[in-house]
Design a protein around this ligand. Sequence first.
Ligand code: NAD
Length: 450
Amino acid sequence: DSVLAVFARSVAVIGTGYVGLTTGACLASLGHRVVCADIDEAKVARLTSGEVDIREPGLAELVREGIAAGRLTFVVGAAAAVAEFTARDQPAEVMFLCVPTPMGVGGTADLAAVESVVEETRAVLPSGCVVVNKSTVPVGTADRTSELLERADVAVVSNPEFLREGSAVHDFLNPDRIVVGSNTSQDAAERVATLYARLGAPTVLTDAASAEMIKYAANCFLAMKLSYVNALAELCERLDADVTDVTEGMGYDKRIGQAFLNPGPGWGGSCLPKDVHALLQVADSADFEFRLLRATIDTNTRQFQRMVDKIRVAITGSKRGSVTRKRIALFGLTFKAGTDDLRDSPALGVAALLRQAGAELVGYDPGIPAATTPIESNLLETVDSPEKAAEGADAIVVLTDWPEFRTLDWSALAGVVAHRTVVDTRNLLDPAVLGRAGFDWTGVGRVLHD
Ligand code: NAD
């Protein structure tokens, strides 16, 4: 610990969501002194007593360890985090911004939270402190943050985060790379990079615009990969090819890789849609027509509709058949397995289209307790077991890739549904198992050969 103490830095982390809380808890576990701030007072009170309300493996343990070691504390408000260090006579050396940057008007990223933290802390930041933007922000935000700060003695650095929800702690501690960019101070960028030194990850030190661009470039590439696969799946259906075999064959090519090659109901979640729209806006304002990105979005919009068409065909035999008052069980509501995050979930996108078409929806998700589901009740009813969801259903639609759906007792489910029809938008289930249970199974881009 005495060796650690030499490298320990005083770090304020603003925002305690998926990114902020993971950053704070992991940096504390690496030996740094961390004060986390949030505007949500109730959340700060819960965190102070070691209660973590997001579902992330290992996060609650790290938070409690950090608190017990005296390296992790929680306060209300960004200025209070900075003041806490000043009061301890250990001025904050780094302040991470991990606040939301949601999709704003016209698809641009809404920077209100970033700006409000800058305003709150402008007068209290100690000289020499580095402000680090970890939120995903459009190219140019580091410069804009510097202007807003009006502090020549405080550097602004961009350090985008690449963790995935559902494996946030693991990803933070085992990053593929660390990216740090600064326009004004190479020294500040290097200081931020050394916070992660113990992780031994490749580090890209660059200018702020490039660092900001790396985050969008990576996320948009992933969205494009998914749209490409979803389009391929549609073509496979028309040509009697099986997309599962096609993508397996593609994925062995090291230049392509197996990841992000599974077709699905469309991509979504709290990051991809807003980041794709934000880059498109950035491109627009730079007078660049990013057609590939536009097509990536259009393909995705079409994918949601395609899922609804599949469901219509499965239930009525025709794309134009009516699903009015049909009871449809939705298995999975989160945007992917292993998380409790419903933000911009493609499952809810498909649900909204089905609801508009008059279907009655009952949802089950292993990641979220039915009673607390923050979904408008006129969209769907949520229940706490797959059996309850399936009761009297005209079709079961699998929308999230929770592995436990594979091992459900499908024969028992066959006994409670009104019609034995499954539309598997994730190609998750084994069609042979479903067939033995008496279900008609429809996947995406798949042809079943006897
Ligand atoms: P989140 O919504 O989970 O958490 C944000 C937190 O910030 C909330 O607790 C909120 O109360 C708090 N907050 C809002 N305004 C504040 C203020 N003025 N002062 C203090 N706290 C404030 O968000 P998130 O998912 O952690 O995302 C944060 C940023 O990181 C976004 O820009 C996002 O794009 C980016 N990002 C997210 C992920 C991910 O997987 N979630 C991955 C990489 C990057």
